[in-house]
Design a protein around this ligand. Sequence first.
Ligand code: ADP
Length: 500
Amino acid sequence: MPKHRDIIKISRYILSIDQGTTSSRAVILDHSGRPIGLGQKEFKQYFPANGLVVHDTNEIWQSTLSSCKTAMNKAGVVAKEVTCIGITNQRETTIVWDRKTGEPIHPAIVWQDRRTADYCNSLRKKYAKKIQVKTGLELDPYFSATKLRWLLENIPKARKKAEAGQLAFGTVDTYLLWKLTAGKSHYTDATNASRTMLFNIETQEWDPELLNLFDIPKEVLPEVKDCGADYGETDSSILGNSITVSGMIGDQQAAAFGQCCFESGEAKSTYGTGGFLLLNTGKSIVYSSNRLLSTVCYRLDGCTSYAIEGSIFMAGATIQWLRDKLGLIENAAASELLARESNDDSSVYLVPAFTGLGAPYWNPDARASIHGMTRDTGVKELVAAGLMSTVYQTKDLIDAIVSDGALLSALRVDGGLTNNNYFNEKLADILNHEIHRPVITETTALGAAYVAGLQAGIFTSLDAIAKNWQLDQRFIPSKGKAWRDKQYTGWKLAVKKTIS
Ligand code: ADP
C-alpha cells in the first residue's frame, strides 16, 4: 500500500472526456471531484438523405482532442499531472475502421439514423421478444447491431475484410480509445456494449445467437471490460505524456453514476434537448412491458448493476420551439416568470409529439397539438403548458417503471431545463415525490471521472464518492391529490386525442 503522502502526490487530476452528439467536451477535475477546467467544441451534423444521420469520425476525434487541450490549459494542468482519463460518450453510434490504417470505412452512423428501419421491421415478429430477453432492448434501428450489419453488407469488401480480422468495430468510446492509444487498445465497457443489441446483459458476453442473426463476425468486436478497468495508456505524442485510461461508461449511465445512483430505486433524470430517466434496479434485470429499456447501469469488479431507462423526445426542445418558432419568449429562462403568472389550474395542454411520442405510447406518427384553450388563454398559459409537458411525460415514465415492478426511492435531476424552478416544483407536485438537484450538474463528465478515479485509487469506494454528492436544492410536493389527479387526467386525455 502506498503511504497517504504518496497517494496525494500521484493522485492529482482526472481528465474526463464527454463526447456527445452535437459537441465534444472535456473536463479536468481535481482529486475531490471538483471541475476546474472545461473545453468544448461543437461539430457538424450531416444528414445525407431523409432519415440518415452521420458524423465525420475525424471531426469527432479532433473536437475531442482540442477540448482536452483547452480543458488542460484552462485548468493550468499538464499531462504528467493527470493521473487518469475517463471516457463517456454518445451511445450506439457505430464506427468500423481498418485495423492497419486506422481509417474508418464509412462516416460514423449516428444513433438517430433510421436506415435500417425496414430491416428491423422484417425481423420484428420473429425476433423482437428474444432480443428483448437477451439484450433488454427494443428491436430498433437506434441500436448498433443493424447499423454494423448495414456497413458490412454495403461497403465493398467490408464483410470479407471483417472475417479476415482486418476491421474493427466500435461505438464512440472504443473509437476514441483506439485513437488515444494509437491503435493499441480495442476495448469497450459493459454499459456501451449493452446498447449494441449484440450483448447479452445476463451472461455479460457477446451473444453468439445474435451475432449469427445479424451476421456479425466476432473478429470485429472489441473485448468488453468493467467500467473501471485498465484500458491502456495514451500515446505520449497525443497529450504530451502518456496517461492511463481507467474508465469508460455510456453517457446516460455516466450521468447516473455522477448523480451517485448506486442503490436500487435511485434515479436520475437529465433534461436537455430531450430527457433521459435511468433508475437503478440493483442486481436484478427488470424487463418492461411498457417498452422501456433494461440496460447495464454500471459494472465494477465483475459485478453488474442494472437500470431501467425511459426517454422523452422533446424536453428543453419544447421550450426552444416556444422561443424560436412561436416567438413567445426571448430566451429559455424567461419561461419561468411567465409560467409562474399563469393560472395553476390551467386546463391547457401542449402534447409535444413533434417527432412522434416515445415511451410508453410509442407512436411515431403522432404530431404535436394544443388542447383546452379558452378566450383567456394567453402566452403565459402556453409557456406553462410547454414546461408542464415534460413534467407529465416524466410522470408517464415513472408510472410505466412502477407498473414494470421497479420502485422509485430518489429522483435527482440535472440538465438545462432544471435551471427552471417552476419546472422542478411542478415535477415534485405531479409526481408527489421530492426532487433533488445537486450543486454540480455537470453529471455526465463527473460520472466518467468517478469511474476512472475509482479504478485509479483516487476514490476509495462508492460510499466515498456518494459523500461528494451535494444538494443544491430540494423541491417538496405542495399539492393535494385532487389537484394532481385532475391535472394528470387532463394530460392523459390530451394525449389520447393527439394519438387518435
Ligand atoms: P443539451 O446538452 O441537450 O444541449 P442542455 O442540458 O444544455 O442540453 O440544456 C439545454 C436545454 O434546456 C434547451 O433546450 C433549453 O431550451 C433548456 N433550458 C435551459 N435553461 C432553461 C430554463 N431556465 N428554463 C427552461 N428551459 C431551459
